[in-house]
Design a protein around this ligand. Structure first.
Ligand code: PHE
Length: 357
């Protein structure tokens, strides 16, 4: 299920989208700046091929809004933004390298209005290159690329623990089954952490070999992509594309908790209420998946101590615990508690909206 451009523009309350066309490759570049009251926008750069360029634009807009909530939710003074590079599906390695360089030059022309990090389809090496050309990559250490994925995975693990405790009364993974959808940069290390914690793994990925690789390393069962809705699990961890929670899928879920790293897991906010009505505990995506952003923004500010970085990421667990309790007390979805917390930070620390007075 997807949403069309009209639905998305109607709901959009962001600031701008800067669009560039890369004629050498036919790629479209969308840099969406959603809310810069807290500071210059920062967010990942996603590179993917879409059915049409407009779908990349929609993705950029929705993801940028997610970053606004994410930064405010964890109390980091960056604005919400995201870049999507919509590429033709037959883009070769050489053409891709040229495109990355020109994208970096494009960021130079934006003069720091947007700073970026890894997202689906881009790599730490891309960020090193973008940083070297533009100076606008977040979290490089001496120009060297780091991978936010393991930090994000660590935050998701802390979040799942909090959810288990809230939903089942104990944070223990022993005998708990977790369905991990997407074994990429975050899903793979998450599967490793879950296995170590004693969870039973069900692994699914559109590229079945990715699920098999994880199975070889961490055990568990591989589920074909079209069979995942038939799996009984305590936790469903979406770690791939967004919008997997929608009016079609929610009635089919066979889990007590949804807690994973994907951005924009809900097709729309109303789906949070649908989950609640089914008694499924939902860990708001931009809270539970903030580990990479938390760690990289701290590195950006000069933090180098691994123990402190990890401790900051682990705080995601305690934040979620509070939100679950607040939401349960108010008889609402944790999404609302998360949003209130982020809004409080925005109101307290954000300047006036751009263009105001
Ligand atoms: N792509 C990351 C996310 O969606 C954001 C990120 C920003 C990661 C900056 C690293 C550095 O949360």
């Amino acid at each position: 299920m997807t949403r069309g451009f009209l639905d998305v523009t109607e709901a959009w309350n962001g600031e701008s989208v800067v669009t560039a066309f890369d004629s050498a490759t036919g790629a479209w570049i969308f840099v969406a700046l959603h809310d810069t009251r807290l500071g210059p926008a920062a967010g990942g750069t996603r590179m993917a091929s879409y059915p049409a360029p407009v779908d990349g634009l929609i993705d950029a807009m929705r993801l940028a809004e997610g970053m606004t909530w994410k930064w405010a939710g964890v109390g980091v003074r960056f604005g919400g933004g995201k870049a999507v590079i919509a590429i033709p599906d037959d883009l070769g390695d050489e053409a891709r390298a040229g495109l990355v360089d020109r994208y970096a030059a494009h960021l130079v022309s934006l003069r720091g209005a947007f700073q970026t990090g890894v997202d689906m389809g881009t790599t730490p090496e891309d960020m090193a290159r973008i940083g070297a050309i533009s100076g606008y990559a977040v979290g490089l250490v001496d120009g060297k690329p780091g991978d936010p994925g393991p930090y994000t995975a660590r935050g998701v693990l802390a979040g799942i623990r909090a959810a288990l405790e809230h939903r089942f009364g104990e944070a223990d993974f022993g005998g708990r089954a977790v369905l991990v959808q997407g074994l990429g940069d975050v899903g793979f290390p998450l599967a490793g952490l879950l296995a170590e914690a004693g969870a039973t793994l069900h692994l699914t990925d559109l590229r079945e070999e990715a699920a098999r690789r994880a199975q070889t390393r961490f055990g568990g069962t591989v589920i074909p992509a079209d069979g995942m809705w038939e799996v009984d699990a305590d936790v469903y961890a979406p770690c791939a594309v967004g919008a997997t929670l929608n009016p079609d899928t929610i009635p089919r879920l066979r889990c007590g908790i949804v807690a994973g790293s994907a951005n924009n897991q809900l097709l729309s906010d109303a789906d949070a209420e649908r989950l609640r009505a089914r008694g499924i505990l939902y860990a708001p995506d931009y809270v539970i998946n903030a580990g990479g952003a938390v760690a990289f923004s701290a590195i950006h500010r000069g933090e180098r101590d691994e123990t402190r970085l990890r401790a900051r990421v682990d705080e995601i667990g305690s934040s979620l615990r509070e939100m679950f309790e607040e939401a349960a007390g108010a008889g609402e979805s944790p999404l609302h508690a998360a949003r209130r917390r982020a809004r409080r930070f925005l109101d307290a620390h954000g300047g006036p909206p751009p263009g105001a007075g």
